[in-house]
Design a protein around this ligand. Sequence first.
Ligand SMILES: Cc1cc2nc3c(=O)[nH]c(=O)nc-3n(C[C@H](O)[C@H](O)[C@H](O)COP(=O)(O)O)c2cc1C
Length: 176
Amino acid sequence: MHKILTIAGSPSQNSRSSSVLELSRLILEKQGLDVSCLSVKDIPPEDLVYANFESASLKKAQNMIEQAQAIIVGTPVYKASYTGVLKALLDLMPQYAFSGKTVLPIATGGTITHLLSIDYAMKPLFSVLGATHILRGIFILDSQMQRGEGGQLTLDDDIEIRLKDSLTELASFITC
Ligand SMILES: Cc1cc2nc3c(=O)[nH]c(=O)nc-3n(C[C@H](O)[C@H](O)[C@H](O)COP(=O)(O)O)c2cc1C
């Protein structure tokens, strides 16, 4: 059983929010936790746009969500909210897909103006999906993330500490 699932909501190549999820995976795996990864880019666009409920990719996504005890959802802020393609994916999941699960929201954005998008956009969505616990979440500004020469992402010290603290909190909800 996959204990923790990351869901990446960015359609972009070299996505910052997806790199934050990758960093989270590495941190959690160092603690011996089992992490699997799902991205909106794993689903054929036609299946999302035409709501193809027979899609093998969507069925696989549903299965990955079912198997997870905890979920980290990472998305860029688009127009003051999560991405449309993330919503398109979650729209096609069962009504209470997040039931019994703990969810950590992570949003990356260009401006502090949309800091509250975690509270007014992400949390209500996860709530309607039946999430049992929704953690406080982390908003990361583009200016707080840097890419090294090899393309690896590093975070400002204070954000990295907040990420690690949030992951520790998330891990505390995982049962053997
Ligand atoms: C189409 C689009 C819309 C965006 N809208 C917002 C916005 O409303 N507020 C904001 O803070 N940043 C906005 N941004 C900036 C992104 O949220 C930010 O650069 C983010 O870190 C990109 O994440 P990604 O690399 O994972 O896609 C927007 C970017 C794009 C491409």
